[in-house]
Design a protein around this ligand. Structure first.
Ligand code: ZN
Length: 242
């Protein structure tokens, strides 16, 4: 089934105006809009699944401007998410964690919580570090059925390389958590360096037996990359089955 691009510049503008009036930044307003678009399409996101982020900056309580990662908090559904569903976590301390050899899930969750700007926010997604380590402004992540079906084929890595080409990084299966975030960041950097040599821009990342990430400098380009990559997977699945 083809996944439709439901982005509307008019609607995006209206949502930005609506949230700006409530003191919400443009970055977070657009993040909210495209997360809702992804979450409203059951082909892309099953209820409660998927997670999204945007890197931005905001003022802390004493007025210092700091870099933050707004990342989906647990308990929110993308289809109905509101700005507070992407709590702000200080970005620099998250990036420092990458220097560690290992990190238990408990320590990962508590360091993510410690760096929340608002301590009353829900727990940031278990995939927060992956979002943090990839230096793209907007990141969308789904466990779309088409990608799962493709990534579950034998020799999935080579199959995915053939289908998606060089603008998509391919990550072998690793359990979600710190280790996955490190492996994915390394694969991202390899693919991104290859893209740069060719004057191209990386569009996304397939995680074998797990799902798909798309990237963009804008909410719109990240969303459109997601739609494009899922449709590419759908097309190749059909070809394989017929
Ligand atoms: Zn995931």
């Amino acid at each position: 089934m083809t996944v439709h691009n439901n982005w509307s510049d008019d609607n995006a503008e209206k949502i930005v105006d609506y949230y700006l009036a409530k003191g919400i930044s443009k970055d977070l307003a657009l993040r909210t809009y495209s997360a809702q678009l992804l979450g409203s399409d059951p082909e892309l996101v099953l209820h409660g699944g998927g997670n999204t982020s945007v890197k931005s900056s905001c003022n802390d309580i004493v007025g210092n401007n700091i870099n933050v990662l707004h990342v989906k908090g647990s308990g929110w559904d993308l289809g109905t998410i509101e700005p507070e569903g992407h709590p702000a976590v200080k970005l620099e301390p998250l990036l420092e964690l990458r220097n560690l050899e290992s990190l238990t899930d408990e320590d990962m969750v508590s360091s993510q919580r410690q760096n929340l700007l608002n301590p009353n926010s829900p727990n940031p997604s278990v995939e927060t570090l992956l979002h943090a380590f990839i230096p793209k402004k907007f990141i969308d992540h789904t466990h779309s059925l088409a990608i799962l079906a493709l990534a579950n084929q034998p020799d999935a890595i080579n199959l995915c390389k053939k289908i998606f080409g060089t603008k998509v990084a391919i990550v072998p299966y690793v359990m979600p958590g710190f280790e996955l975030a490190k492996v994915a960041a390394k694969e991202y950097e390899k693919a991104q360096n290859n893209c740069k040599l060719k004057g191209e821009e990386i569009e996304g990342m397939v995680l074998i037996n797990h799902g798909l990430f798309s990237f963009g400098d804008t909410a719109k380009s990240s969303y459109e990359n997601m739609i494009k990559l899922v449709n590419l997977a759908e097309k190749n699945l059909k070809r394989k089955i017929n």
